[in-house]
Design a protein around this ligand. Structure first.
Ligand SMILES: Nc1ncnc2c1ncn2[C@@H]1O[C@H](COP(=O)(O)OP(=O)(O)OP(=O)(O)O)[C@@H](O)[C@H]1O
Ligand SMILES: [Mg+2]
Length: 301
């Protein structure tokens, strides 16, 4: 299937356009379309990574299914033939990259969990020896496994960067029982997801979930354990003290670092080979973690 920049190119005008997703508000439901847009350093590139949206969507579907016994989720259907009008008429362009979901009342918290030291968690540890107020033993290196996975929530900012918050702040925001439920679910999903990944030679270093209320019950929503919301490392390539290779936009970021671009719009044009190698990287991790789902949705990839 050809790459998709925007649902607008199909004559469909979204109610909300995120960096990656075009969202249609259908009242009590949403149609969420993962496009092939890609951002780096918070700037949306002009070029597309073909099939990236399909990988993100199919991987989320795989995890929703994997966790169906642990937590209910927002998915109604990903079968484009079952989408309401006018979307079903675009089944070829939307298939594999879209899902019809139940609209949730979102908790204003990003439920981050870290099993390894990386990214902003590593920066915080270096500054203070803690992450989200939780002390860690001294002497840990980048990419070291933490003594146990940590729940390190952040705010969900509409603009700008999410900020670390303590568990007590989550309790103030959503109430103590809900805060405990979100933390326990986050740690359980991470544990089970990391185990699935580990059995396929992949380390799930950290990830981020969103939850919301549907019919008064906590549901898993948004995207789940994709390369956009998680760090996936090849288990055999992790060397503490060094930045591990990861299954995400690393090829693209590395290319951008070789330019004199100031990381502000407009983005530079990207070489075809960087885009295709990035696309390949996304497909690869889907094939490793969810080979059956990858096969089932292959015609859209
Ligand atoms: N079931 C749901 N009900 C309500 N909102 C949802 C649901 N599922 C996902 N969302 C919201 O839809 C949006 C998904 O869009 P997208 O991922 O493109 O944007 P973003 O998260 O704002 O940006 P980015 O992921 O690039 O940081 C998120 O704001 C997410 O919270
Ligand atoms: Mg998002």
């Amino acid at each position: 299937m050809p790459a998709l920049r925007s649902a607008r190119d199909l004559g469909l005008v979204p109610d909300f356009e995120g960096k990656v997703r075009d969202i249609f508000d259908l009242g009590s439901e949403l149609l969420v379309v993962a496009t092939d847009r890609v951002s780096a350093f918070d700037v949306i590139m002009n070029d597309l990574v073909p099939g990236r949206g399909v990988v993100l969507n199919v991987m989320s579907l795989g995890w929703f299914e994997h966790f169906a016994d642990v937590v209910p989720n927002h998915v109604l259907t990903a079968d484009p033939a079952k989408f309401p009008a006018p979307f079903a008429a675009h089944a070829d362009a939307l298939g594999g990259r879209s899902m019809l979901v139940r609209k949730a009342d979102r908790f204003p918290v990003e439920c981050v969990v870290r099993g390894y030291l990386a990214g902003s968690g590593f920066k915080s540890y270096n500054r203070s020896g803690t992450i989200c107020g939780q002390p860690l033993p001294p002497g840990l290196k980048l990419a070291d496994r933490l003594p146990e996975p940590l729940f390190t929530p952040t705010t969900k900012a509409d603009e700008g960067h999410d900020l670390d918050i303590t568990f007590a702040e989550v309790e103030t925001t959503v109430g103590a029982p809900t805060a405990r439920a979100l933390r326990d679910l986050t740690l359980r999903l991470y544990g089970e997801g990391a185990e699935h990944a580990r059995s396929r030679g992949v380390i799930l270093a950290d990830t981020k979930f969103e939850f919301g209320l549907i019919d008064g019950r906590i549901h898993l929503i948004d995207e789940v354990m994709t390369p956009d919301s998680s760090r996936f490392w090849p288990a055999d390539a992790v060397v503490p003290g060094r930045e591990p290779p990861s299954w995400d936009k690393q090829i693209l970021r590395n290319h951008l670092e070789t330019l004199t671009w100031d990381k502000a719009p407009p983005p530079p044009p990207l070489p075809q080979d960087v885009l295709l190698r990035t696309a390949q990287r996304y497909r690869e991790v889907l094939e490793i973690l969810f080979p059956l789902e990858a096969a089932a949705w292959r015609k859209y990839l």
